[in-house]
Design a protein around this ligand. Sequence first.
Ligand SMILES: [Zn+2]
Ligand SMILES: [Zn+2]
Length: 358
Amino acid sequence: MSDATAEPSLGRPSLQESKREARTTPRKIWNYQPAPPVTLAPFYDWPPHPIAVVKHVLKTWNPLSERFVSLLVAVLIWCGFSPSLERTAELQLDWIMEIWLRNFLLVLTVAGGLHLYLHTFNRQGNDLRYDARDFARKSKIFHFGNQVWDNMFWTLTTGVFFWTAWEVAMMWAYANGVAPYMTFESNPVWFVVLILLIPYWAGFYFYWMHRTIHWRPLYKYVHSWHHKNVVTGPWSGLAMHPVEHLLLFGDTLLYFVVASHPIHVIFNFMFHGIIAPTSHAGFDAVRLTKRQSFHLGDFFHQLHHRFIDCNYGTVETPWDRWFGTFHDGTPEGDRYINEMRRRAHDKRAKASGGSRTR
Ligand SMILES: [Zn+2]
Ligand SMILES: [Zn+2]
C-alpha cells in the first residue's frame, strides 16, 4: 500500500514507468483485491457449463445486485419521474429540462453520495479499497488542478448533457413513431426477454466502442481524459471527454430499430448513470454489516485503469480472452501485459526509425 498522491501521466504510462514497475515487482500494487484470478462469465466456456451459466445469471440478478437495483430505479423513473409520451411529441424546453434535472440529481446522489461516504467521511477506511492512494491535487494533468473537481465537472456538464440528449431523442422518437414502441401488455415475453438481454447489449456495445477509442489518435485526443484516473472514485465513472460521452450513450441507437419501451431505454442508461459511478468507486463493496456488503467495484476494469492495454470489455464479454488482452489480476497477468506493452512499444519504435517512441 502506498500513501503517495496519485500523479498519473497524461495518457499511456511511459515505458520508463513500466520498467520501473517491472523492476520493483513483486510488490503489492493493490491495497485490496478480490481473490485472484479474475474469472470471466462462463458463457463462452468450452465445453459448455450450463449449470455455471445459470448460477452466474442468478447471481447477477440477485435482489441485492446493482443490476436488479438499477432495474428498479429505471421502473421508478419511468413511473414517477418522466414526462408522458404525449408531451414528448413536441420538443419543448419544459420536459427536456425535467429529464435533465432528474439525471443531474440522480448522478449527484449516486456518485456524490458514494464519494462522501467512502472518500470524504471515510466511513470504512481503506477496507475493500483497491488502490489506497489519494486523489490527485495540485496536478497539472487534471482540469482545475484537482482530480475530484475535474471528474465532477465533466460528469455534471457534458456527461448529463449527452445522457439527456440521447434520452430526449429517444422519447421524441417513440412519440412520433420514429422508434418502434411496445408495451408489456402488447408483448410480455419480448418485454421481459429484452430486459434480460440489455446487460449483454450494453457490454457488447461498450467493448467495441471502448476498443475503438483506444486506437492511438482517438486515445490521444479523447479517451486519455478518462485514463488520467489511475486511482478511481465514484466521480471517475463518467469523467471523460465530451466526444466519449456522445459515444458512450450511443448504445441507445439499438432502440431505434428494435421494439422497446421507455423502461428498457432508461434501464440501459442506468449502466452509465448508476453503474459507471459504482464500478469506478474504488471499493469492491460497501460494508453494510460485518457479514453483509453491497457489491460495487469492478476489479476487471480497475486493472484496465492500471495497465491500460488490457480488459477493454467486461467479465461478460469474450473478446479480451479471444484477442489476448485479458488480465486476470495475477502477478503472471502483470508480467504478461507488461511484456505485451514492451513488444508493442518496440514495434512502434522500429516503425518510426527509433526516433520517436510514442
Ligand atoms: Zn480505456
Ligand atoms: Zn473506466
